[in-house]
Ligand binder design. Structure first.
Ligand SMILES: [Ca+2]
Ligand SMILES: [Ca+2]
Ligand SMILES: [Ca+2]
Ligand SMILES: [Ca+2]
Length: 519
């Protein structure tokens, strides 16, 4: 015997000792680990020790016997997966046969050898576990083609090792040996999503009241190709609607590869800031591969920093265009004042004058506008940087320019003042200072015109709904929502919809034009 095999959890350390001397060691791969050793002679037993972090130590004695009789063990095997993908590996969903070679490592001939193969692994089902190897001379092998057969579950995890037990007998003696095979499978996983709202406000977020395509990236982290991957996005959230009601194809995804699919998603207009909605992505691929992931769609809120203004720090007056907050503007609770109901009409590329005032000396005042509407004030959005309000209760004026841009709708204005100069920040807490938020109105949004000439024609037990494009679309059109009896059927990009195989009855249809800004 020149090797010894041990089945132990992956990462376990195995050592073999005889009479206190180490004759072999190995790290387990999780399956059957073969450890090469020098042949040993009686009488001392071999001690097998298996250790692993957080596990009890395992120790057991193995008798060393004189190889006087026959002894038949597994020698080698070849996987025949010709009915599967024929790559010689054990893959998910395959029916596999073994060409099995057994070896007589004993000193005497083994006659009429038969072998039974079993496994207690739930991911394989043995369909033929009995093979006859006949007579095997000492130190000889016998190979039986397609000796055993089994099927592999479509759900076997990638890189999962399956152990098989081979029990051989010549009618008098029994010999147990083990083989271990690593299974291969695809492992398709949700990777990320991107909101494509360039036709809307372009901030990369699905905003309340907005409709936009969501592009989902799926990655195959397994070691095999996933075939005909299809994604389906659903939600039970009352504030989010997935307009794309049909599964979306991603074709085949190779091991390590990615693919994308797209769903048009709509958010109701009254979603509160800071809300999260759960979306569920169901992935399916050929041969029974499935994967489900729930991920979160966040409707972010602004930061609300604190500061102390009870001594007069911060603002006791602010004016910009239609905003006049010069009177009654005291110290806000916790140093944050929400004046977003005060609105100034602004335009890209224009200069504006602000007037502001503090109740304490040596304030540094800054102004931001969230021009890209992403609920953050980036450094590019600071339009007044550390203006000095030196004297208490004196009104100061200064000019700022809104960067060129084709803005529409409402944007958040934030002003912050703090005592002495530290770098301005839209979010951090100031010891002495104050924050006030206002609203800028960059003008009306585009008109959302409806489709024209909607018609429904009955053909047999089906209905064909047709329509024409809106007369004037000055916003970007995403498609058309088709409703039957006020229930959304699907979003389509063409100008017709086939509602097939309907039971007899009366139906009403509605078609709406869908824009990023609404329908
Ligand atoms: Ca295969
Ligand atoms: Ca958006
Ligand atoms: Ca104030
Ligand atoms: Ca921003």
């Amino acid at each position: 015997e020149s090797s010894f095999s041990v089945i132990a959890p992956a990462g376990a350390f195995i050592s073999l000792t005889v009479n206190g001397e180490i004759i072999g060691t190995a790290m387990s791969n999780g399956g059957s680990t073969n450890i090469a050793i020098e042949p040993q002679l009686p009488p001392n037993p071999m001690v097998v020790t298996v250790t692993k972090q957080n596990y009890y130590r395992y120790e057991s004695n193995v008798d060393i016997i004189s190889p006087s009789g026959p002894c038949v063990i597994a020698d080698s095997f070849v996987i025949n997966d010709a009915s599967g993908n024929n790559n010689g590996l054990m893959d998910y969903g395959e029916s596999i046969m073994f060409h099995m070679t057994m070896k007589n490592v004993g000193m005497a001939a083994a006659n009429n050898v038969s072998t039974t193969m079993t496994s207690n692994n739930a991911y394989v089902t043995i369909t033929n576990g009995n093979a006859y190897f006949g007579n095997i001379a000492p130190n000889s092998t016998v190979t039986v083609n397609n000796a055993f057969s089994f099927t592999v579950s479509p759900n076997i995890p990638d890189s999962h090792a399956v152990s098989f037990i081979l029990n051989s007998t010549d009618g008098a003696d029994n010999w147990i040996s083990y083989i271990s095979i690593v299974g291969h499978a695809p492992n398709i996983k949700f990777k990320q999503y991107v909101i494509n709202d360039e036709g809307g406000n372009g901030n990369g977020l699905l905003d309340p009241g907005e409709i936009a395509p969501m592009t989902i990236t799926v990655e195959n982290q397994g070691s095999l190709t996933a075939y005909n991957v299809v994604g389906m996005l659903t939600t039970t959230d009352p504030n989010v609607t997935i307009l794309t009601s049909q599964p979306q194809s991603m074709d085949d995804i190779n091991a390590g590869g990615t693919s994308t699919c797209e769903f048009i998603v709509s958010a109701s207009a009254n979603i509160p800031a800071g809300y999260t909605a759960d979306l569920t992505l169901n992935l399916n691929a050929d041969f029974g591969v499935t994967q489900q992931t729930t991920f979160y769609l966040l409707f972010p809120d602004y930061c609300y920093p604190t500061a102390k203004c009870s001594l007069g720090d911060g603002f006791n007056g602010f004016a910009l265009e239609q905003i006049n907050n010069m009177t009654g503007n005291g110290c806000s609770p916790n140093g944050y004042g929400d004046y977003t109901n005060m609105v100034a009409d602004l335009q890209g590329g224009q200069k504006y004058t602000v007037q502001w005032r503090s109740g304490f000396s040596n304030q540094r005042a800054s102004l931001w506008i969230d021009l890209n509407d992403n609920k953050e004030f980036e450094s590019s959005e600071i339009l007044i940087n550390e203006f000095e309000l030196l004297t208490p209760n004196q009104v100061y004026s200064t000019i700022f320019t809104v960067p060129e841009g084709d803005y529409t709708g409402y944007r958040r204005i934030r002003i912050r003042a703090h005592f002495h100069n530290t770098p301005p920040h839209p979010c951090v807490a100031y010891v002495y200072g104050e924050t006030e938020d206002y609203t800028a109105n960059f003008g009306n949004q585009a008109t959302l015109a409806p489709p024209q000439n909607v018609a429904a024609n009955v053909i047999g037990d089906s209905v064909v709904v047709t329509w024409q494009a809106p007369a004037r679309a000055d916003a970007t059109l995403l498609g058309y929502n088709v409703y039957r009896n006020n229930i959304l059927l699907d979003i389509v990009t063409g100008n017709e919809y086939f509602d097939l195989d309907l039971p007899a009855g009366t139906y009403s249809y509605e078609v709406t034009a869908v824009y990023y800004q609404g329908e």
